[in-house]
Design a protein around this ligand. Structure first.
Ligand code: KMH
Ligand code: ZN
Length: 270
């Protein structure tokens, strides 16, 4: 579940959870609706994207106090964030962090992920025991993931989990064919989730369910529930995903079950 990204503005989308209180409320509602992991982008007091480490630590701690969700921080940040700040958020010691496996055009911008930066991020996650979620925006990014594993070995917990992000303008399209092409290229034993941007959320969810994958939804990716109808809350997106998953006989997993799936340690203080 990805409740808020770095792109949409609070002034245009009032339902985006940008304060800590709003983020916690969204997290709680989404957990109740079936989410087991939260992918977090931070916003500052002026609602702008931030990678402030002190605040990241507070957010990780509070999410752990208030929910059982697996906490994943974004190292993608916003397209113009410097690499040093994107790496520094790992100091907040989340359970997991995103790791984008290549550069991609991103609307009118470029989301830059150079090989040396990807390698450094990965090695830092290995050294600090943070589980990477490999973000795949295009088929070629899987080749870069393979290169990481070949050159530096497996992730800290030994398990590879990827998130297929489809429908970004400049990345792979949000179609069943694109998801299938990626899934065919994954190794046995890897797990995957899929994310469809905008209205591609539904075909991407259905395809992922059919192929044995997991789902990511949220207002980072989707701001219209149906044509002409803005999303009112992250929970309604999670609720819709949970309903589709249940219809597909793949009901939502608890955070505990998801930790086992991803080979993450069970969180002991809850
Ligand atoms: N905001 C995008 C430029 C991630 O979180 O790791 C990058 C992004 C990926 O959202
Ligand atoms: Zn993100």
């Amino acid at each position: 579940m990805a409740p808020v990204g770095a792109e949409a503005s609070k002034s245009e989308v009032a339902a985006l959870p940008t304060t800590l209180a709003e983020l916690i409320q969204a997290a709680r509602e989404c957990e109740k609706a079936g989410a087991s992991l939260i992918h977090v982008h931070l916003r500052d007091e002026a609602t702008q994207p931030t990678l402030d480490v002190t605040y990241a630590k507070e957010v990780v701690t509070t999410l752990r106090q208030e929910t059982a969700l697996i906490v994943q921080l974004s190292t993608g940040g916003a397209v113009r964030d410097p690499e040093s700040a994107r790496i520094a958020v790992l100091e907040a010691q989340p359970d997991s962090a995103s790791l984008t496996c290549g550069t991609v055009n991103f609307g009118t911008e470029v989301f830059v992920n150079r090989w040396p930066f990807i390698a450094e991020l990965y090695r830092r996650m290995q050294a600090t025991g943070i589980a990477p979620e490999f973000e795949i925006f295009d088929l070629g990014h899987i080749s870069t993931l393979r290169r990481l594993l070949e050159e530096f070995g497996p992730p800290p917990d030994g398990h590879v989990h990827v998130d297929l992000v489809a429908g970004v303008r400049g990345g792979m399209p949000g179609t069943p064919e694109a998801i299938l092409a990626c899934v065919r290229d994954l190794d046995d034993g890897w797990t995957f989730s899929a994310t469809g941007i905008g209205f591609s959320t539904i075909p991407v969810m259905l395809t992922s369910l059919a192929l044995g994958g997991h789902l990511r939804v949220g207002m980072e990716d989707t701001l219209k529930f149906t044509r002409g109808r803005p999303v009112q809350s992250n929970a309604e997106l999670v609720q819709r995903a949970a309903t589709l998953a249940t219809l597909a006989a793949r009901p939502p997993m608890t955070p505990k079950e998801t930790r086992a799936l991803l080979h993450l340690p069970q969180y002991s203080s809850r």
